[in-house]
Design a protein around this ligand. Structure first.
Ligand SMILES: CC(C)(COP(=O)(O)OP(=O)(O)OC[C@H]1O[C@@H](n2cnc3c(N)ncnc32)[C@H](O)[C@@H]1OP(=O)(O)O)[C@@H](O)C(=O)NCCC(=O)NCCS
Length: 250
């Protein structure tokens, strides 16, 4: 898939410069989609007006247009960012095996479950879960996922999870991936993002705070880790700014 829409990319991770024409095209695409996400109208090339009732149908199509992205870690290491794909099963498994046992205790999903991994890769459901991978060559070095509920009273709130290969930590992997998810969420009709953490995840708490998340709730000894030890539960949240440029619609 070619990357054509770089209007949303954080300047520090944009892989190449875009032409003025591409920029205008991307802005127009985005305007149309934003109107759709507000339940507004879309004018297609023939001038027909289509009424859209929600954002979900356009989420993956538009978001995926941006990828793959080229970027660099703080130390100059070149990396690629793209969503998890059908052929990533063994790469993802290798990556997850690098995560130390003690850390797996804190991760909500049973990441060692091979059936779940297979399902994730073979039948990706970006409407509900958009896992962004960071790769160095063929190796997965980080992953951050935007989880989205398609109905109910939290349908406007996305949930973020993050995980970095132990050898690549403190080099900016998570910060880049979460910044990218924030951009995606802002342009996908979501109004807030949440992260649920165990209170001992100091570094994750620090990163998310640096990116603008604040503590919404901190409950002592509220959750049990996989060995049944009680841990604090921390709910972080961030309000996503509405892009005023598009607030007036078409
Ligand atoms: C938390 C985690 C995802 C961080 O990933 P990372 O790629 O190493 O993070 P980054 O390099 O982007 O670090 C961003 C910031 O965190 C801080 N940080 C990262 N690693 C640190 C370390 N070892 N010591 C102190 N600060 C650290 C730095 O302040 C850094 O900010 P800076 O860019 O201004 O220097 C990673 O440690 C991890 O996978 N932990 C296990 C899983 C987990 O806790 N997930 C969160 C639950 S959802």
């Amino acid at each position: 898939m070619r990357f054509t829409d770089i209007g949303n990319i954080h300047p520090s991770i944009a892989g190449r410069r875009h032409t003025h024409k591409e920029h205008l095209q991307a802005k127009n695409d985005e305007r149309r989609t934003n109107a759709a996400e507000r339940g507004g109208s879309i004018h297609n090339k023939e001038g027909t007006v289509k009424k859209h009732t929600g954002s979900s149908a356009l989420f993956s199509e538009r978001v995926l247009k941006k990828f793959p992205l080229s970027s660099k870690l703080r130390d100059g290491t070149p990396v690629t960012i793209r969503p998890l794909g059908k052929r990533d099963e063994s790469r993802l498994r290798k990556f997850l095996l690098t995560i130390p046992e003690e850390e797996r205790l804190f991760i909500k999903q049973p990441i060692s479950d091979p059936t779940m991994l297979k399902e994730w890769c073979r039948h990706p459901d970006y409407q509900h879960n958009l896992p962004l991978l960071m790769l160095r060559g063929n190796e997965v070095i980080g992953e951050a996922t935007l989880h989205r509920r398609m109905g109910g009273w939290k349908r406007h709130i996305g949930l973020v999870t993050l995980l970095t290969h132990p050898r690549y930590r403190n080099r900016g992997v998570s910060k880049i991936l979460v910044s990218e998810l924030l951009e995606i969420a802002r342009h996908s009709g979501l109004r807030r993002l949440e992260a649920e953490l165990n209170g001992e995840r100091d570094i994750a708490l620090q990163i998310l705070a640096q990116l603008g998340f604040s503590t919404l709730m901190h409950l002592e000894d509220y959750v049990l880790d996989m060995t049944a030890v009680p841990r604090d539960y921390v709910l972080l949240g961030i309000n996503l700014k509405v892009n005023e440029e598009y607030a007036g619609g078409e």
